[in-house]
Design a binder for this molecule. Structure first.
Ligand SMILES: CC(C)(COP(=O)(O)OP(=O)(O)OC[C@H]1O[C@@H](n2cnc3c(N)ncnc32)[C@H](O)[C@@H]1OP(=O)(O)O)[C@@H](O)C(=O)NCCC(=O)NCCS
Length: 193
């Protein structure tokens, strides 16, 4: 197999930037900064579904199970962005799935996501991935434009439904029942301690 050039360190001179973007594997010290950058990016007003599913366990879990597909970008030793992905083996196909991608707003539109996605795809190709998947909120124009530009296409809309259980006739009563049960048990728990 032809050795691909290592593009982990590249100059941004073609984009008029003097700083260097470095792509490296995520390490344990990156967990909290990545989580907090994600909190800044996946906000409830912009992308409610991304907001609901992003938490520290998401970062910890992916680092635990897929560390080879957890990459960070640094510019001048600052966290510029991250990509977290995984591989799905199904019916003789191996899919690469980009689960999370985020770039610090101060470093956006400088090709950081471009480098992160190239690097994760290079790794996935080495692991026999032949089809890439990604999903995002339909209102997320920056991400959709970005992925279209990278060659992703064949967009399909996927509908997410939600149900407020507390407002539901039956489930709401179940919630009240559980709450009352917890109330009834509380004095007994106190006596034990
Ligand atoms: C989507 C995102 C990762 C792009 O990162 P980036 O480093 O700015 O992207 P790049 O510089 O590599 O690529 C830039 C291209 O992406 C698209 N793009 C990025 N930001 C855009 C914006 N605000 N509006 C429209 N298109 C945008 C354009 O195609 C752009 O090319 P152009 O500058 O020639 O127009 C970044 O905007 C981000 O972190 N968004 C919030 C998190 C998110 O939505 N993640 C994806 C879902 S998990």
């Amino acid at each position: 197999m032809t050795e691909l050039p290592d593009r982990s360190i590249e100059k941004d001179s073609d984009r008029g930037e003097s700083s260097t973007v470095q792509i490296r594997e995520m390490n344990i010290d990156d967990i909290a900064p990545i989580f907090h950058l994600g909190e800044q990016l996946f906000t409830s007003d912009l992308y409610p579904y991304l907001y609901r599913t992003w938490d520290e366990w998401e970062v910890i879990g992916m680092y635990n199970t897929d560390s080879e597909y957890c990459l960070v970008a640094e510019i001048d030793h600052q966290l510029a962005g991250f990509v977290l992905g995984t591989i799905i083996n199904k019916a003789s196909w191996i899919y690469g799935y980009i689960t999370w991608l985020g770039v610090n707003p101060s470093f956006q539109r400088r090709g950081v996501a471009d480098r992160l996605v190239d690097k994760i795809i290079e790794r996935m190709i080495e692991d026999n991935v032949r089809l890439m998947l990604v999903d995002t909120d339909p209102a997320n124009t920056p991400a959709i434009n970005f992925f279209n530009r990278k060659g992703f296409g064949n967009a399909r809309e996927h509908v997410f439904l939600s149900l407020n259980l507390a407002k539901h006739d039956y489930y709401g009563r179940l919630i009240n029942y559980e709450r009352d049960k917890a109330e009834r048990n509380r004095p007994r728990l106190r006596r034990r301690s």
